[in-house]
Write a protein that binds this ligand. Structure first.
Ligand SMILES: NC(=O)c1ccc[n+]([C@@H]2O[C@H](COP(=O)([O-])OP(=O)(O)OC[C@H]3O[C@@H](n4cnc5c(N)ncnc54)[C@H](O)[C@@H]3O)[C@@H](O)[C@H]2O)c1
Length: 250
C-alpha cells in the first residue's frame, strides 16, 4: 500500500492488556501504529515483537504529562504523515476497597490525572491532526464503571463517567468536521490490571454473578475498537458502547 493511502493509528496503554490487543488489531488491519505507553521496557519489547506483522513505533509517553502527549502525537505524524484513528486506553484502577469517605486524596488525584485528564490531553493533540486530513475516529476507553456505579472505586467511577461525558461532548463539537468520537465500556476483561485487583475467589464470584459466565478477552474489546474506527457507519458517533457480556443489561 502506498504510504499516502495507509491509515495511521495511535494507541495509548499499548504495552499491556486491552491497549496491546488493540495495537495488534490495528496492525493486522494494515494501520501504521504508534504504540504509546509509559512502560518503556514492555513497549520496546512489543515493538520488536510486532514489527514482523506491520509498521509500528513505540513512543514513550506519560499521559499525565501534557508536553509528553504533545510530543507523542507530533512524533507519530512526523513518522507517518497523518493520524486517522486513536484509542486512548492508558489507565489505572487505583486503590481498592475504600468507600468514598475513606479514599485518599493521593489516589483521587492520580486516578483522575491518568484516566480522565490523560484522555483529554490526548484528544486535544489528536483532534487538530485529524482535522488536517479531513477527519478521523477516536475511541476512548471508559468502562462499565463509566455507565453505572461500582462500590469502593469512587475515583475510578468518577473518572470513567467523565470520559463518557468528554466523549459525547467532543463528538458533538467535531461531528460536522468528520471526526467521530466514541467510548468503549469494557466489563471484566482478563488483563494484568484485573488480575492484580482480584483474588481467585473474587474472580470466581464475579464470574458466577455474570450473565455470560466468564471474563472477557482483551481481543474482544480490541475488535470493537478497530470496528468503530475502520468500519462503523459515519452516523455512529457520541456513543458509549458496553463490551461487557451483558453486565449492564440488567
Ligand atoms: N481490565 C478490565 O477489566 C477493564 C475493564 C474496564 C475498563 N478497563 C480500562 O481499559 C484500559 C486498559 O486497561 P487494562 O486492563 O488493559 O490494564 P493494563 O494494566 O493491562 O494496561 C494499562 C496500560 O496503561 C499504561 N499506563 C498506565 N498509566 C499510564 C500513564 N500515565 N501514561 C501512559 N501509559 C500509562 C500501563 O503502563 C499499561 O501498559 C484502562 O483504561 C482501564 O481502565 C479495563
Amino acid at each position: 500500500m502506498a504510504d499516502a493511502e495507509r491509515k495511521v493509528a495511535f494507541v495509548t496503554g499499548a504495552s499491556s492488556g486491552i491497549g496491546r490487543a488493540a495495537a495488534e488489531a490495528f496492525i493486522a488491519r494494515g494501520y501504521a501504529t504508534a504504540l504509546v505507553d509509559r512502560d518503556e521496557a514492555a513497549g520496546l519489547r512489543l515493538e520488536a515483537e510486532l514489527r514482523g506483522s506491520g509498521d509500528c513505533i513505540f513512543i514513550p509517553c506519560d499521559v499525565t504529562d501534557d508536553e509528553s502527549v504533545r510530543r507523542a502525537v507530533a512524533t507519530t505524524v512526523e513518522r507517518y504523515g497523518r493520524l486517522d484513528a486513536a484509542f486512548n486506553a492508558a489507565g489505572i484502577d487505583g486503590e481498592h476497597g475504600k468507600a468514598t469517605a475513606d479514599g485518599s486524596m493521593e489516589n483521587w488525584s492520580r486516578v483522575i490525572a491518568i484516566d480522565l485528564t490523560g484522555v483529554w490531553s490526548c484528544m486535544r493533540y489528536q483532534i487538530p491532526q485529524m482535522l488536517k486530513s479531513g477527519g478521523g475516529s477516536i475511541v476512548n476507553c471508559a468502562s462499565v464503571a463509566g455507565l453505572v456505579g461500582a462500590p469502593f472505586f469512587s475515583a475510578y467511577v468518577a473518572a470513567k463517567h467523565g470520559v463518557v461525558g468528554l466523549t459525547k461532548t467532543a463528538a458533538l463539537e467535531y461531528a460536522r468536521q468528520g471526526i467521530r468520537v466514541n467510548a468503549v465500556c469494557p466489563g471484566m476483561i482478563d488483563t494484568p490490571m484485573s488480575r492484580a485487583g482480584m483474588t481467585p475467589e473474587l474472580a470466581e464470584a464475579l464470574i458466577a454473578e455474570s450473565a455470560i459466565g466468564r471474563l472477557g478477552e482483551p481481543e474482544e474489546v480490541a475488535r470493537a475498537v478497530v470496528w468503530l474506527c475502520d468500519e462503523a457507519p459515519g452516523f455512529l458517533t457520541g456513543q458509549a458502547i458496553a463490551v461487557d457480556g451483558a453486565w449492564t443489561a440488567r
